[in-house]
Write a protein that binds this ligand. Structure first.
Ligand code: SF4
Length: 374
């Protein structure tokens, strides 16, 4: 199951917490699109013949919903022409409520998008204003309704929690509101204040602080418990789905499948080698992706660590039988090392899988780091 990721590096403005690579120079969109189409056709032989059926196409960013329907269709047509796109592929677009209306959403459906991920972040205007978002809660609700009216069934939203001015009660109300819709997917990310963002600058001036760890943990379990009551499966540390509709795009990363990332800053993996395009929109536009692409062969240690990291962040965990088969050289050390986490109740083994317990999941990133082979 291979995938294609399209990185659209434009946003109308910068949200106060965001450190993703993006540009607000929307006038460069057409030049970017020209180079993107070149990249997609020139890299048509990227996938190994054993893993070249594209089951997932994902438009992320930035803000892909800033691209006109005809242009999105051109991109999909280039993909259809140059790659083996499965008839059953999941074709997703990330979209912001302030760009959407029924006509645009219907256009997305008509050209083949069958999954949409809406950047809602909160259903409260106070939160949206303080985060520098461009939409309000009325737009959010209207757009979710329109998304269904346009014929989307597989609809997901993103939420941000752990906002310093907000608490458990408001978060609970956010979760209740999302439960009014038959959403199939929820991505919920804890706010982190990154240097170089508006929030980072406010933190430096001591005007904004991250919430305490205990409150973060309470919010995490509130999210887990309430989402599970609503019928969501908490399948990855930040991701929840209903009806088994986990994100195929994310899952192909987590399970080590090949993926091609096109656009400035996008990463790719062909099963052996990892590639990354330079995060430089001007260079991409002027000289094309080839001028800035780098790559490295993943060592056995890199692959082992990656498999560990991606697996332990999921509910399913990491497959010990596969680890023993593919990485026998690391296993003596690893199996000794995990014992302390198992004895302290942070990790558990069952049916050949190693996974985080309830106690372990909240701190899983620290456990993974401790288990890395160096
Ligand atoms: S719209 Fe998304 S990518 Fe763009 S600045 Fe806001 S959070 Fe970042």
């Amino acid at each position: 199951m291979a995938g294609i990721y399209i990185h659209v590096p434009f946003c109308k403005s910068r949200c106060f917490y965001c450190d993703f690579f993006k540009s607000t120079k929307l006038q460069l969109r057409n030049q970017f699109l020209g180079q993107l189409l070149n990249e997609l056709s020139e890299r048509r032989d990227f996938f190994p013949s054993t893993d070249n059926v594209i089951e997932s196409v994902y438009f992320g960013g930035g803000t892909p919903s800033l691209i006109a329907i005809e242009k999105l269709e051109e991109i999909l047509n280039i993909i259809r022409k140059n790659y083996f796109l499965s008839d059953f592929a999941e074709i997703t677009i990330e979209a912001n409520p302030d760009d959407l209306n029924l006509k645009y959403l219907s256009g997305l459906r008509s050209i083949g998008f069958n999954r949409i991920s809406l950047g809602i972040q909160s259903f409260f205007d106070e939160d949206l204003t303080k985060m520098g978002r461009r939409h309000d809660s009325i737009q959010s609700r209207r757009v979710i309704d329109q998304t269904y009216n346009a014929g989307f069934e597989n609809v997901g939203i993103d939420l941000i929690y752990g906002l310093p001015w907000s608490g458990e009660e408001k978060f609970s109300q956010n979760l209740k509101i999302l439960n009014e819709y038959p959403l199939k997917h929820l991505s919920a990310y804890h706010l982190t204040i990154e240097p170089g963002t508006q929030f980072g600058r406010e933190k430096k001036r001591k005007k904004l602080f991250e919430i305490e760890e205990e409150q973060s943990e309470r919010l995490f379990w509130q999210l887990h418990n309430e989402a599970e009551k609503m019928g969501f499966d908490h399948y990855e540390i930040s991701n929840f789905c209903r009806d088994g509709l986990f994100s195929r795009h994310n899952t192909s990363y987590w399970t080590g499948k090949s993926y091609l990332g096109a656009g400035p800053g996008a990463h790719s993996f062909d099963g052996t080698r990892r590639y990354w395009n330079k995060s430089d929109l001007n260079q991409y536009i002027e000289l094309g992706y080839k001028s800035g692409i780098s790559n490295e062969i993943l060592t056995e240690r890199d692959r082992f660590n990656e498999r560990l990291m991606l697996g332990l962040r999921t509910k399913r965990g990491v497959n010990m039988i596969e680890l023993r088969e593919y990485y026998p050289g690391f296993m003596d050390n690893f199996e000794t090392h995990i014992q302390k986490w198992i004895q302290q109740g942070f990790l558990q083994q069952w049916d050949g899988m190693l996974f985080g317990t309830r106690k372990g999941w909240f701190v899983i990133d620290g456990i993974i780091e401790d288990l890395f082979e160096v």
